[in-house]
Every structure is written in structure tokens, then in C-alpha cells.
Design a binder for this molecule. Structure first.
Ligand SMILES: [Fe+2]
Ligand SMILES: [Fe+2]
Length: 164
């Protein structure tokens, strides 16, 4: 089965949307609900282990090869998206800490930590899908093949623990 970089990156975005949905659910389910711990653990695994692999896919594999195919406005958006990876990185530890202590936090306390994070993350992936991913089709077959190899290699290294 040959997957394309577009398919692999969009599969990551589907997981990002699913786990952002998990954070949103944690802000709505009343304390004491038995689903809380399992949801918090799966979100902790995803945001603690897998999300940074996806940012590396984009920063190290996609963007360097995509740059030559981007217009000036797209390059500016690419710069902003890279900056947002840094902003997300700086917010992630607080999200992980809140997920670890989830049962001790009120719904308002959870929302105060999670909402800015999911808001930024969902806007971020929407921008990528609108501004960058359509240009993947302009890259050569070889460039696309290299991206797929690199994306897979990142997961192989972390296969035992990373939920992709
Ligand atoms: Fe990104
Ligand atoms: Fe992305």
C-alpha cells in the first residue's frame, strides 16, 4: 500500500481533531464520571508523545521541500505556522500536567488550560490544510517519497510507546 504525504499528514490531523475532542469532553463531563481517567490518559499519551512527531514531520520533512513551491503569502503563513509549533510546545507541559491531575480539577479549571490549547491547535491545522497541503501535489514524486519514508521512520523509532 503506497500512502502519500498528504494522506499521512491528514491522518495525523484526524487524530489531532479526535484528541482535541477528548479535551473538550473533559471540560463537559462532570467530576466523578468513570470515563474521565481513560480519556485523560489517552490524551496525555497523544499530546505528550505523538504531537511533536507530527510537528517534526512538518518542520523537518515537509516544509524544507515545500518551500520552493510556495508563493510569498504562503511562505508567510508557513513562517507563522512554524511559530505556532513553538507556542504549542510551550503550552503542552501545562496541558499534560492538568491531564495528570484531572480528577482534582473543576470543569472551569480544566477549560482554562485546555481551551486556549485546542483553539490554537484546531486553527493551526485548518491553516495548514488551507494554505500548505494543496501544494504538496506540486512536489516531485521523489520528494514525496522521501517525506513518506521520513514520516514512517519517526514512528518506527518510537513504535512501542507512540500512538502516532
Ligand atoms: Fe503543524
Ligand atoms: Fe499539521
Amino acid at each position: 500500500m503506497t500512502e502519500t504525504p498528504f494522506e499521512l499528514l491528514m491522518a495525523c490531523h484526524a487524530r489531532i481533531r479526535r484528541y482535541c475532542g477528548g479535551l473538550q469532553a473533559l471540560c463537559e463531563v462532570e467530576p466523578g464520571d468513570p470515563r474521565i481517567e481513560a480519556t485523560a490518559q489517552s490524551c496525555h499519551r497523544y499530546f505528550g508523545e505523538a504531537l511533536h512527531l507530527h510537528a517534526q514531520d512538518e518542520d523537518s520533512s515537509l516544509l524544507p521541500r515545500l518551500q520552493g513551491h510556495l508563493s510569498a503569502p504562503q511562505l508567510e503563513v508557513a513562517r507563522q505556522l512554524r511559530e505556532q509549533h513553538g507556542m504549542l510546545d510551550s503550552q503542552t507541559p501545562g496541558v499534560l500536567e492538568a491531564l495528570s491531575q484531572i480528577t482534582g480539577l473543576s470543569l472551569a479549571e480544566r477549560r482554562a488550560v485546555f481551551e486556549p490549547y485546542w483553539t490554537l491547535l484546531l486553527a493551526h491545522i485548518h491553516l495548514e490544510e488551507e494554505w500548505l497541503f494543496p501544494s504538496i501535489s506540486k512536489m516531485s514524486q521523489e520528494e514525496r517519497g522521501q517525506i513518506v519514508v521520513e514520516i514512517r521512520a519517526r514512528r518506527t523509532q518510537d513504535q512501542q510507546q507512540a500512538p502516532q
